[in-house]
Write a protein that binds this ligand. Sequence first.
Ligand code: ZN
Length: 114
Amino acid sequence: MPTYVYRAVDSKKGCTHCRRGFEIIQRMAESPLSLCPQCNHPISRVLFAPSVVVKGSPVTETDRKIKEYEKEGKWSHAAELADKEAEKTKRQDLKTRALENYKKAGYNFDKYDT
Ligand SMILES: [Zn+2]
């Protein structure tokens, strides 16, 4: 079955799920989704192969490593690595990822004055 990529129509609305885009496996016969299953904001199908959706940021060795950490639930490791790489490459997607992983690791940026 083919994998489709969906993304929020308005990138300023929606949840982190659809703003960043997500992949979903659907049957050919199934009608395309028009609303995000998590937040119900309008989404549209991205007409690229999944591998080229993340424009301008090829999957690097570091990306793979971060993914590995995330899979193992080592959020602080993943966050630090993403953070470092984001500094180096100026990649906004990694910056966002680092923040998300820091949050998952239990860091609280609202009260970071301990
Ligand atoms: Zn959403």
